[in-house]
Structures are given as structure tokens and as C-alpha cells.
Design a protein around this ligand. Structure first.
Ligand SMILES: Nc1nc2c(ncn2[C@@H]2O[C@H](COP(=O)(O)OP(=O)(O)O)[C@@H](O)[C@H]2O)c(=O)[nH]1
Ligand SMILES: [Mg+2]
Length: 269
């Protein structure tokens, strides 16, 4: 390997072969939450507008498909028709992915904080327009047990890390605190890594790429998250089947989340 790579700053070593793909996929497809914890694990995607929250759900659903058949049931993109405004959920087996409006599209950071807290607590009904959601008090929004969030993936467009203003990052840190205070498992996922100019043929060693490690360092400093909780996923795939390496990158994150959430659920039982 050339000087573009370094194993030293690398926390993740997913094995990029069919056997590992099958192991990850089988575990996630056959996973069941512990008895008494409901029939689904709820994972919320949270981030700025255009970070790739909706796209990553399509990637997860495609990667979980037995053949990796591409699924595009979640509308993506920045035009007004496809911009996510409502809280929506999409289910694959025992995993349910919750798509939300970009937090910077909400009125202000305080409001976004309240909306996030209420989503985490399972108080926001599916289909609620988050742009106009203005809760007066919790008592009008009782907890819906099957909506309670177990894990949060904080989604960043990795290409713009370093260009996000300090003010925006401070707002972000508050969201992180809201999640952490509830002991909800959380990870950071960087999207759009191909925009860093990393050739597709190097995707198998993506975590060892120095320019990516630099971005992870920035993200860790910005978000206060440990580097081992920061991952990458590519949502750019072509044709009817998602490539093996992109499947593994997506399932590797999910595997980490589900195993940690499972451990937490068993610990609080
Ligand atoms: N190149 C690239 N584009 C992406 C990736 N993920 C999302 N996008 C594009 O970024 C835009 C915003 O994505 P979307 O999922 O709608 O973002 P959201 O607002 O966070 O839900 C869309 O045009 C996507 O096609 C990625 O991993 N790579
Ligand atoms: Mg969206």
C-alpha cells in the first residue's frame, strides 16, 4: 500500500469477503430483540438537510436484501417533493429505521432539541410534519411504546466536515448530549466519502485511508464522539444490485449498533 494508507489511525477492519457479508446479513436478518423488549429495534437517522439520511435507509434496506437488490423506497434529494419533512419509518425484519427532517430546517436549535427529545421518547407519531410540529407540552403527546428509539445514527456529509460553522457544531453537540443523557446508543456515520477523491477500487481499505482518518479526527473533535464510534457508508450505487463492499460497509455499522443496543436492552431488563 502507498502512503495514502495508514493502519495506525484505523479502528475498523471489516473483512471484505462474501463470507463476512453472509455472516453480517444473516445475523441482522434473523435478529430478534430480547423477550419483553418489543418486536423491533428503532434506529433514528439524524443530521443536517442533505447529509444522506434518507439515502442511507435505502442503502440499509438494499444491503439487508438477500441478493443485495437495490431498494429505493425512501424519497431522497433536495427538491421540495423529496425533502423529508415528516417523521417516517421503514422496517426490515426486526429493525426499524426512522427518517427525520434535517435539524437545520427546523425553526431553531431549541425547537430542534425538543423535537429530538420527543422523538427519542417515542412521543411523536409517525407521519408528523416536523417542520410545523410545535409541541406545547409532553402530556399532549403520550409515549407510544413501539416508537421509542433505541439507537441514533448521526449522519454527516463527510465532504463538508471542516466547513460547518462552529455555531452549527455547537448546536450539534447539544443534540449529542440529549441522546447521551438517555443512554441511547449512538454512532456517527459519514456519507459521500467518494467525494474525497478516494478511488472506488480502494473502497475495501477505506478505513485505512489517511484523508478519511483526518476527517474522522475532525468529526471526533467536533462531535465529542470516540473515533471507534465513527463509520462510513456509501449511498452511491448503480444498477440493480449493491456492490459487496458497499453492502459490507453498511451492514458493519448496523451490526455494531444492533449488538450494542441488544447489550443495553439486556442490561436494563
Ligand atoms: N455521492 C453521494 N451522494 C449521496 C450520498 N448519500 C446521499 N447522496 C446524495 O445527497 C443528496 C441528499 O441525500 P438525502 O438522502 O436526500 O439527504 P437527507 O436530506 O439527509 O435525507 C441526494 O441527492 C443524494 O443522492 C453518498 O453517499 N454519496
Ligand atoms: Mg431526507
Amino acid at each position: 500500500m502507498g502512503s495514502d494508507f495508514s493502519k495506525v489511525g484505523c479502528f475498523h477492519f471489516p473483512t471484505m469477503d462474501k463470507r463476512n457479508l453472509d455472516t453480517l446479513r444473516n445475523y441482522l436478518r434473523n435478529y430478534n430483540p430480547p423477550v419483553g423488549c418489543g418486536d423491533c429495534i428503532n434506529i433514528l437517522l439524524f443530521g443536517m438537510v442533505g447529509a444522506g439520511k434518507s439515502s442511507i435507509i435505502n442503502t440499509f434496506l438494499s444491503a439487508l436484501d438477500p441478493q443485495g437488490t437495490t431498494i429505493t423506497c425512501v424519497p431522497t434529494g433536495m427538491n421540495p417533493q423529496s425533502l423529508t419533512k415528516e417523521l417516517m419509518s421503514y422496517r426490515a425484519g426486526s429493525l426499524k429505521f426512522w427518517d427525520s427532517a434535517g435539524w437545520n430546517a427546523l425553526e431553531n436549535a431549541d425547537r430542534a432539541n425538543t423535537v429530538l427529545r420527543m422523538i427519542l421518547e417515542g412521543r411523536v407519531p409517525k407521519g408528523t410534519n416536523l417542520h410545523s410540529f410545535n409541541p406545547d407540552s409532553d402530556s399532549n403527546y403520550p409515549v407510544i411504546p413501539e416508537n421509542v428509539i433505541h439507537g441514533v445514527a448521526l449522519i454527516f456529509n463527510i465532504d463538508i466536515i471542516g466547513c460547518i460553522s462552529d455555531d452549527k457544531m455547537k448546536e450539534f453537540q447539544k443534540f449529542q448530549t440529549v441522546v447521551a443523557e438517555k443512554y441511547i446508543h449512538r454512532v456517527v456515520i459519514g456519507t459521500k466519502f467518494e467525494l474525497l477523491g478516494i478511488p472506488e477500487k480502494h473502497n475495501a481499505w477505506i478505513y485505512e485511508y489517511k484523508s478519511l482518518q483526518q476527517k474522522f479526527e475532525n468529526l471526533a473533535a467536533f462531535t465529542g464522539m470516540e473515533r471507534r464510534s465513527i463509520f462510513v457508508v456509501s449511498n452511491q450505487w448503480r444498477g440493480g444490485q449493491i456492490e459487496m463492499i458497499k453492502c459490507i460497509l453498511a451492514l458493519y455499522v448496523l451490526d455494531n449498533m444492533v449488538r450494542n443496543i441488544d447489550r443495553l436492552l439486556k442490561a436494563v431488563k
